[in-house]
Design a protein around this ligand. Structure first.
Ligand code: ADP
Ligand code: ASP
Ligand code: MG
Length: 438
């Protein structure tokens, strides 16, 4: 069985929902993972942030606008009065849930419950649409099998054990439609896989059912060799290895949630990126095979903080790095890049949640200096065996860019540089022109 995921734009209007229906309804049994309609999760995030700030009036206005949008969608989507009524009930039920959290103290569970409504509405509407058009589609409730553990990591064992009984309970169907993004946590409360998490849902499900292929359908023809939001004339890549795609996704390529590739790689399931608006295009295929040597693409990740610890005690000493890493481990803060000299170590993190505690503890080892607002720009491919002069090509391409850190040699697939966020676009453009020959 294949797992097909459709993103926000792909289900972003009644017309697009119908296009998705036509695309999937080929008689082959499949699991279809849907995101919320585009703009919805941002709207729900806005509602939650108003409620956090106790700004109930603004929350109610945004809720009213979003509900009105959905009522229009329902009116356009269905043919019969009966189905229009059923569609309205779906919308009303979700908005009743959202409104119930506008009273009393606003909690994390309230926020996560609100954020989940986008996917709950889109999947219910598309299931109803497919049924109205005579297809045997059934809703597969993601909250019954998608789960994260105490570290907020996907509980792959739980998902694998629970998805099959849920499929059986739902009963025979040609098309199983389920919610991306949403899950339950260890307390059984509604939670999610972070923004863009529907891609990750698809690969977790794909791995859990040993799917033959995981397809991510979106609004672009595949993985491009640079970020099309910042750079013109980017080119589609036909094939990437799991490692290359994982590096690019982790380092900011928005087309894939950072963790999407991992479950697929473990089970060796091909991942194909496809364009819902242009289904005949071959898209990008991600497998264990690399498409040869050389640089494939660049990507950038914002919101990075660089920390430098300078210490005389580091000279000729061992155990220094262990102590430094121990502090990051204690605060469960992952480190992305690292670079050392005889007297100092620089590293980067993308979470500032425990930064003040971390800095306080690090200051026992030396002087700590922090740079906020940095971007990691990551150059990915199968690089080590490329022709001589590769490093000089990269550095020539970056002429004039202020580089704060460089990481090279950690693997043959990645060179990362750290630049101020304000210089990211210029860096991506320079790499496109001088390195990727776009
Ligand atoms: P969806 O809602 O379908 O999940 P996303 O907006 O999350 O879609 O991801 C698709 C978008 O990712 C594209 O429209 C494009 O702007 C952006 N993007 C960023 N980097 C890349 C890249 N390297 N290749 C393709 N698209 C990219
Ligand atoms: N709807 C969620 C978001 O906007 C999940 C997703 O689209 O993948 O982040
Ligand atoms: Mg996405």
């Amino acid at each position: 069985m294949r797992v097909l995921k459709f993103g926000g734009t792909s289900v972003g209007s009644p017309e697009n929902m119908r296009a998705v229906m036509k695309l999937v309804a080929d008689g082959e049994k499949k699991i279809i993972v849907l995101s919320a309609m585009s703009g919805t999760t941002n709207g729900l995030v806005e509602i939650s942030s108003f409620l956090r700030k106790k700004n109930k009036d603004s929350a109610r206005i945004t809720i009213g606008n979003l509900e009105a949008t959905y009522k229009k969608v329902v009116a356009e989507l269905f043919k019969t009065e009966e189905n229009k009524q059923k569609g309205l009930e779906v919308v009303k039920a979700s908005f009743k849930t959202i409104k119930s959290h506008t009273a009393g103290t606003f909690t994390d569970v309230g926020e996560n419950t609100i954020l989940a409504q986008g996917e709950i509405i889109s999947t219910n509407l598309v299931t109803l649409l497919m049924n109205e058009n005579g297809f045997n589609a059934k809703l597969l409730p993601a909250l019954d099998f998608m789960k994260i553990d105490e570290d907020k990591a996907a509980d792959t064992n739980f998902i694998r054990e629970h998805i099959k009984p849920v499929l059986e309970e739902v009963g025979e169907a040609d098309y199983y439609i389920t919610q991306g993004f949403i899950c339950r946590d260890v307390n059984g409360d509604i939670n999610n896989l972070q923004r863009g998490g529907s891609d990750y849902t698809a690969s977790l499900i794909g791995a859990a059912i040993d799917a033959e292929e995981i397809q991510i359908w979106t609004d672009i023809d595949g993985f491009h060799n640079n970020d099309p939001r910042f750079v013109e004339k980017t080119k589609k890549i036909e094939q990437l290895s799991f490692t290359e795609a994982a590096e690019l996704a982790y380092f900011g390529a928005k087309i894939l949630h950072p963790l999407t590739v991992l479950p697929a790689r473990v089970q060796n399931i091909p991942v194909r990126l496809k364009n819902t608006m242009n289904p005949s295009d071959s898209g990008t295929l991600i497998t264990s095979e690399s498409d040869g040597m050389g640089i494939k693409a660049v990507a950038a990740k914002d919101g990075i903080t660089a920390i430098k610890i300078r210490s005389g005690r580091m000279l000729m000493a061992y155990g220094f790095l262990k102590n430094v890493f121990g502090i990051f481990e204690k605060y469960r803060t992952p480190i992305d890049m690292i670079s050392t000299s005889e007297v100092a170590v620089s590293l980067t993190v993308d979470s500032t949640q425990h930064l003040s505690e971390i800095m306080e503890e690090l200051s026992m080892f030396g002087t700590v200096h922090v740079d906020y607002g940095m971007s990691i720009v990551c150059i990915v491919g199968d690089i080590i065996e490329e022709e001589k002069g590769f490093a000089s090509k990269v550095f020539n391409a970056l002429d004039g860019i202020p580089i704060r850190m460089i990481s090279y040699g950690g693997s043959r697939h990645n060179i990362s540089i750290l630049v101020p966020e304000s210089r990211k676009k210029e860096t991506l453009v320079a790499l496109s022109k001088n390195l990727l020959n776009n």
